[in-house]
Write a protein that binds this ligand. Structure first.
Ligand SMILES: [Zn+2]
Ligand SMILES: [Zn+2]
Length: 140
């Protein structure tokens, strides 16, 4: 298992360095993750906190999560990208969103949580066109 990862927000003002293997990679469809991500789910890799260094200016937002835990999410202060999540139920761990990784090719979702919250539009049927990258298309 790979134990070195790097990543950054959209604008690059916040970046992270990981020197440990993830505990778990989870996809979550809870309402908080849907609102925070602006889409149907989040996917995060949880690491022992001691193996994660985050640098740059970020803002935090805390809320009461499931099972009575306080959840704290970190965002880049400039571009708003989600950077990390912490949970008082696992204070020695931190979760990093997979989309911020420079290379997450070796990681895969191991568990889907809050499946009940999955919107019907958050899964694609075979009839949906797929593009490897952004297609050359405009609304006009
Ligand atoms: Zn940024
Ligand atoms: Zn969630």
């Amino acid at each position: 298992m790979k134990t070195k990862f790097t990543g950054r927000c959209l604008c690059g003002a916040v970046h992270f360095n990981v020197t440990t293997a993830p505990v778990v990679v989870a996809q979550c469809h809870c309402e908080e993750c849907r609102r925070l991500s602006g889409t149907g789910h989040s996917i995060g890799a949880m690491f022992p906190r001691a193996g994660v260094v985050i640098e740059g200016a970020f803002a935090e937002h805390s809320y009461l999560g499931a099972l009575g835990a306080t959840v704290t999410k970190g965002f880049c202060s400039s571009c708003g990208s989600p950077i990390f999540g912490r949970n008082t139920r696992a204070p020695d761990h931190i979760t990093l969103p997979l989309g911020t990784f420079d290379d997450a090719a070796e990681l895969a979702v191991e568990v889907v949580i809050f499946e009940r919250g999955r919107p019907h539009w958050d899964q694609l049927g075979p009839e949906v066109a797929r593009f490897d990258t952004q297609p050359d298309w405009t609304p006009d």
